[in-house]
Design a protein. Sequence first.
Lengths: 272, 309, 465
Amino acid sequence: MNRAWRNLGFGIIVAVIIIAMTPYIWMFLTSIKTRVDALSSIPKWAFSPTLEHYPKVFLDKGYLPLLGNSIIVAVSSTLLSLLVGVPAAYVFARDRFSGKEDLFFFFLTTRMAPAISVVVPMFIIFSKLGLVDTYLSVILAHSSFNISLVVWMMRGFFEEIPPEIDEAAQMDGNTKAGTFFRILLPLAAPGIAATAVLCFILSWNELLYAMILTAFESRTLTVGIPGLVQPHGTLWGQVASVAVVATLPIIIFTFLVQKHLVRGMTFGAIKG
Amino acid sequence: MAGFAKIKWQRILLDKGAGALFLTPALILLLVLLVGPFSYMVGLSFTDMSFSQPGHDGNFVGFANYRKLMQDDPIFWESFLTTIKFVFAAVSLEFLFGLCLALLLFHLVGGQRLIVTLILMPMMLAPVAIGLMWKLLLNGEFGMLTYYLRQIDLMAPQTALLSSYDLVLWTMVGIDIWEWTPFVTLVILAGLMSLPKEPFEAAIMDGAKPLRVFWDITLTLLRPIIALVMLLRGIDAFKEFDKVFILTGGGPGTATELLSIYTWRINFRNWDFGYGSVVAFMVYLVVLIMCSVFYKAITWKQGLEGIKT
Amino acid sequence: MKGFTVKKNQNWLKISMIFCALAILLLTVFGQAQAWDLKAAAKPYKGETIRTIGEALPPLEALDKVKEKFTKLTGIKVVVEQYAHEEAVDKVMLDLNSHTGRYDFIIQPHRELGRFVENKHVVPLSRFMDDPKLRDPNFHPEKELYVNLWNEISWYGDKPYGFPFTAITMFLWYRADLVNDPTERAGFKAKFGYDLKAPQNWKEYKDMAIWFTRPEKGFYGTAIQGKRHVALWYEWLNFLYSFNGDILDVDKGYKYGPIIINSPEAIESLDYYKSLVQYSPSDTLNYDWDGAMAAMQQNKIFECIMWNDATYAVEDPKQSTVAGKMGFDMVPQGKGGKVGQVEGWTYLIPTDSKNKEAAYLFIQWALRYNNQLEQHLNGGASPRPDVYAHPEVKKLTYSKAAMDTNAASLPKATFPESPQMTDIIVLALSDALAGKKSSKEALDWAAQEIHKLLGDKAPLKFPVD
C-alpha cells in the first residue's frame, strides 16, 4: 500500500478518534467546572477547576454503592449469558437437526420483545417471588436479552472455524463436549471477547429493567443518572462526574479483553 | 484413549447428549424470562387493564384495542413512519462507516489495543448519559458544538438543532451513528481478525486484484457476521428510547416521537396496559416481519453459496 | 367551747380530704386527655422501621436529616427513598398496584391523587385524626395550614387524605438591576412611553421582551419552557388562567365539567404565548424548567415565569451570575386578574401500608412548626403561614410573591385521567409552538381528545366544526 493512501488512512483514523473522544473530553471537563463555567456561552477551555462535584454526588448523595451494584450486575449477567449462550451457539453452528433454523430464529426473536411491555409482567412475577430490589432480578432480566445476543454472535464466530478441526479432535477420541471445551473455545476467543465486551456494556448501561426491578438498595449507576436531572436545574457537574466514573470500568474491561482479541489473531495465523 | 469421560454413560452424555445439554439451559431461561411475560402481555392486549382507571381490572374486551389502533390512532402511524426513517438512516450509515473503519483498522493498525479502545468509547457510556452529554453540546446557548458550528457558518445564529422541527430527527440519527458505529466496527473487526488466511493466499497467488479479493472473498466470508450485526442494529434501533427521550421528549411536536417513546407514554404515563400491549405487540410484529424477510434473504443466499461450492 | 371547735375542725378536715381525693380523681381522669405525648403514642410501634418515597430535591433531603429527631423521640426508624420525579411516581404506581406494601407512606404529586383514591389505594386521614391515641390535640391543621392549599393538594371529594409536603407555585422573575439602570430606563421610556418596572400586565411583559431582545449580544427578553415536557403545561397554565381561560369549567379538582380549553380566551393566550418565541433564545423549544432557569442564571434573559422553589438557585452566587440582581412579582395580570396555580406533593398513606399508625405519627410530627421551618429554609415550600412569617423566611427575596400567589391559586384537575389529559395538552402546545398547527387547531384537537378521554362527563362547550 503506497504512502499516500496509508497517510490518508491514518488521518481518517485520527479524525474518527477525535470525533469519538470529543464528547468525552467535554464531559470530563464539565465534571471539574463550576456550574457557571459549564454553562458559559463561549466554551471555556481554560478555567479554574473544582473537584466539588465528585464528593457531592458520590458521598453526599450516596452514589458510591451504586457503582458496586453496577459492577455486580454487569459481571454476573455477562457471565450467565456467556455460560448459557456460548454452548448453545456451538450447537447451532455444528449440529444438524430438524427445525434448527426455526429454533435459531426463535432465539433471535426474543430480542425483539419490547422491554417496555415485558417489564411490568416481569415486575409482578418477581415481586411475588420477593425478588424485587435484589441483584438476581436484574441479572436475570439482563440475561434475557443478552443470551440471544451471545447465541447470535457466537454462532457466526463458530461457523468461521472449519469443521475439519472438530473432526480431527473427535478422531483423537474426544467427546463432542470435550471438543468444544478443549479445542473450539480457545479458537473462538476473539469472538467471545467481543461478545463479552458487548454484553457487559449493554448490561452496565441498561436503564429500564434496572430502574423498575430495583429499588433503593440495588440501584445501578445508570439508574442514578436521571435522578440528577432535577427541576431546580440539571446538575451538570454531577452528571458528568457520574458519567466519567461510569465509563472507567468499561474502558478497563475493554482494554483487558482486547488482549484475547490479539491472541486470537495469532492463533488464526498458526492454524493457517 | 484421550478424554475426560471414562465411564460409558458419561461418554454418551457428553457426546450424543451434548447438543441437548448445551441448548437446554438457554431455552429454559428464555422461556421463563421472556416467553412467559410476553404471553401475558399478549393476553393483556385483549383486556382493558389499566392501573389508573378505576374498574379497569383486566376485563375481556376482545379486539377493541386492536380496532382502536387500526382506525383511531394517527399518532401511532406517524410515530411508525418516524421510526422507520430513523432506523433506515441510522443503520445503513452505521454499516457503511463501520465497514470502512473496520477495514481501515484491520489493515493499518491490526488489533492495536489503545486505538481500538479509543474508537470504541462512544458505545461505552449509558445511552441516557449520552443523551445528556449531547444535550449540553448541542444546547443553543451553552453548547460547545453549537458555538463552533456557528463560528464556521455551518449553522445559522438563530437555529438550535434540538429545537428545530426539521433538523431534530436527523440530529438524533447523527448521535446514534456516533454511538453505534463503534459496535459495528468492533464486530466486523473481530470477524476480519478471525478469517482464515488460505483463501487470501490462494487468491494472491492466482494474481487477483485487491478489489476483487475484497468483494469476492472478504465480503463473502464476512457475510454471516455482517448480516447478524446489521440485524442486531436494526432491531435495537427500532427500540431506541433512552437518549432520544431525554434529549427531546419526543418533540418538538411529534418530530422525534419514536415508537418506543409512544409505547412508553401509553404504558407508563397513562398506565393503560390493555392498549399499550397492543401497541407493543404491533411493534414486535413489524420488527419480526422485517427481520424474517431479511433473514430468509440471507440464509437463502447462503444456501445458494453452499450449492455453488 | 374547746370541744365544739375541735369537732368542727375534724369535720372540716374530713370534708377537705374527701374534696382533695375527688379533685385528684377528677384531675387524673381529665388530665389524661391533655397529656397526649408523642413518645407514649408511639410506644406500641417502637423499633419498627417505616419507609417512604419522594422526589430527590432539597426539601426531601432536609426531611431526611430532620427525621433523626423523630427516631430519637420514638424509636421508630425512618427510611427515605429519594428518586427522580418520574421514578418516584412510577415506583409508587407499581408498588400500589402489585400490593407489595413496600412503602408505609408516600409523597406524591397531587395530580395523582385521583388515581389513588378512585382505585382505593390510599386511606382517608379521618381514621387517624379521629383516633385520640394518635391525634395530637394541639395539632389543628384547619388553623395551622393554608387551608386552600391543603384543600387543593391533599383533599379529594371533600375528604383529606394527607397533608402537603410542598406547596409550590410559579411567579415572575425579572432583572431588577436592569429595571433600575438609568440608560435602560431612558431608552425604554423614549420608545414605549412609560417607566421600566416589574411588568404588571401582558402588554408590559411583551414590550420589555421586545426591548431587551438583543441577539447580537446574546441577550433575550424572555425564555419559554417550550420542550415537549410537562414543564410546558405548567408554564402555559399561568398564561391561560391570566387570560381568564381554563381547561375545564369546574371549581374543584376532582370534578368533571365542560371542556373550555379551546375557548377564545384560551386561543388568545396560546397566540400570545407563541409570540414570545421570537423574543426567546434559539433553543427555547428544547427548554424545560432547567433550561429557562439556566438562561436566567447565565445572564441571558430579562424575565421569565418560574417556580418559587427554584429561586434559591438563581440567588446562589456559586450557581448564578445574576445573584442579587433579581426581582420577583406575581404573574402579570390579564382579564383573569390576580391568579396563580399551585402544585404540591402530598403525604399519603397507602391501603397496603404495614405501619399506617406509625406513618401517621411521623407525618403529624413533620408538620410541626420547627420541622416545617427547617425544611422551608432548605429549599422547601411549607404550607404553614407561620413559617412564612418567620424573619429568616421573610428575608428571602421571593417570599412575598410566593405568598401572594398561593392566596390566589386556581385548582387543577386531580381526577384519575388528569395526567393523561396533561399529556394531550402538552402535545397540542408543542405542535402549536413548532408551527405544525395554529393555536386554534391545536386547542381544538386537544379539546376533542380530552372529550374522547373523559366521555360525556366533559362535554365540549365550544364545539369543533
